[in-house]
Design a protein around this ligand. Structure first.
Ligand SMILES: Cc1ncc(COP(=O)(O)O)c(C=O)c1O
Length: 487
């Protein structure tokens, strides 16, 4: 192990004593934790450039005082129990209990600190209707392994920074072709930036286009992580309602006096209501953007999974005035830890975004980008999407039937024509907190939509993700929720 020790040259102590003090402090401050292996005397003497005898002397003192112990054949370790009197003076969680001088956060830091509480992770229930999780069991893991292995044959040309600042070019080319085939997006590979998921694309847009106080229009209800990104920058958020045809474009007139900078929309499967933005509204939004000079940020989330209806072209493909920035992700069609998404930029913004990406994270790891490029080029992506579309369709139908069977007139189902979640309106005389609580008591995790609203938060609306649950789990989950409501 590496242990950084700085021996104070000015301390009027013999060298072995200085080293002893340093090691003791490392143990007391928690830098070396109980049961952790300490470096061997040989390696420490080598790394500090001092004699092994000096190191041995320090270790002997620590051994005799009960800070470290030797396990024959294994090495030397920090004792699990330190001497009692010292133990009392050691904070149990050193990092948290240290009193730090007051820290003046940046405006951004302060905004994030305000929101800290809402970033709590979700509790895991045995049957969890979490949204945004695909069916991990269905992922062609062997094939993915094969593609990764194929690209593991690296050579030294891989080791330098990439000169391809937008991301691995063959991958960008595949994505550009796929988007043109599947979503009628019009772009060259040179407009496609590979990002660390949707989240990084949103972050870059926020950094480069939004100043504190700028007006940003969001769907209400809408995607919480997008709202948080714009809020963290101090943007002025302007909510627009959503109905069964999606974002109500004519309501933009309510903000006629505001110089709107950006409109963030999820047209393929509005998050969370699931509405699909109709073609007339798409055209209306584009005309409005052209007239006002505002930009549209199109998060084409869930565009891959439609059930029944023909796809409507992406706003980006319908746009004639370069007002649309288009975002997509592989988090749902493949898996979220892949952390690969894409941002399709109007040509005049490419160079600026490239600089910002370089300053942010340089580039994504090459191995996954290469494997993914082959995955798309060899037809596996579209094959996987076709397979998953029928799998999710079955899950969706099972969920809808179970909800209708158990709740009848008490339930309205929204947004089930696309995606891997739907929204449910319960007409039940219970608060959302109570519904969540009762479901948790029968081992089911469900999520109220309230947090996704900016304005008035209605009661009884819930998001049911079905991507990661089997038809049997979906039936069982709804039956348990129904039981919990009857209590
Ligand atoms: C509207 C929307 N966009 C994008 C994402 C995916 O984000 P990422 O690509 O960063 O994983 C989600 C995840 O739930 C989402 O709800």
């Amino acid at each position: 192990m590496d242990l950084t020790i700085i021996l104070d040259a000015n301390a009027a102590l013999p060298l072995h004593q200085k080293l002893y003090e340093e090691l003791r402090q490392a143990i007391l401050s928690g830098r070396l934790t109980p049961r952790q292996r300490v470096p061997s005397t040989r390696s420490l003497s080598k790394s500090l450039g001092i004699s092994r005898t000096t190191v041995t002397q320090s270790y002997e003192q620590l051994l005799s005082e009960g800070y470290i112990q030797t396990v024959i054949g294994s090495g030397t370790f920090v004792c699990a129990q330190l001497p009692d009197d010292l133990l009392r003076s050691i904070p149990t969680e050193p990092a948290q209990k240290v009193i730090c001088p007051p820290l003046k956060l940046s405006q951004y830091g302060a905004k994030l600190a305000e929101a800290e509480r809402s970033l709590m992770s979700e509790p895991i229930a045995p049957i969890n209707f979490r949204y945004g999780r695909p069916a991990f069991e269905q992922f062609p893991i062997k094939l993915w392994r094969k593609l990764l292995t194929r690209h593991c044959q690296i050579d030294t040309t891989w080791l330098d920074y990439s000169t391809d600042l937008l991301g691995y070019k063959p991958l960008r080319t595949e994505i550009a072709h796929y988007l043109s085939r599947a979503r009628a997006v019009q772009c060259e590979p040179g407009q496609v930036m590979i990002t660390n998921g949707t989240q990084q694309a949103l972050y870059l847009v926020m950094r480069l286009l939004i100043d504190p106080g700028n007006a940003v229009v969001l769907e209400d209800p809408g995607y919480l992580s997008a709202r948080r990104i714009f809020l963290s920058q101090g943007a002025k958020l302007l909510p627009i309602a959503v109905d069964e045809s999606g974002f109500v474009v004519k309501d933009l007139d309510n903000y006629a006096s505001e110089p709107i900078k950006l409109v963030y929309v999820t047209p393929s499967h509005q998050f969370p209501t699931g509405a699909i933005l109709s073609l007339p509204r798409r055209l209306e939004l584009l005309v409005w953007a052209q007239q006002t000079g505002a930009l549209i940020l199109e998060d084409d989330y869930d565009s891959e999974y439609r059930y029944g209806d023909r796809p409507i072209p992406a706003l980006q493909g319908l746009d004639k005035s370069q007002s649309v920035l288009y975002i997509g992700t592989f988090s749902k069609v493949l898996f979220p830890s892949l952390r690969i998404g894409y941002l399709v930029l109007p040509p005049h913004l490419v160079s600026l975004f490239t600089q910002a990406k370089w300053l942010s994270d340089r580039q994504l790891p090459l191995l996954e980008q290469r494997a993914l490029a082959d995955f798309i080029a060899e037809g596996y992506l579209e094959r996987h999407i076709r397979k998953m579309r029928s799998h999710y369709d079955l899950c969706r139908q099972t969920l809808v039937q179970a909800l209708k069977a158990h709740f009848g007139e008490q339930v309205t189902i929204l947004g089930e024509k696309a995606g891997i979640h739907l929204m449910v309106r319960f007409q039940i005389d219970l608060s959302d907190a109570e519904i969540v609580d009762r479901a948790a008591q029968v081992g089911v995790g469900i999520m109220s939509a309230q947090a996704h609203y900016l304005d008035a938060q209605p009661n009884g609306e819930f998001i049911f993700g079905y991507g990661e649950l089997s038809p049997e789990q979906l039936q069982e989950g709804i039956s348990r929720v129904a039981q919990a409501f009857r209590k």
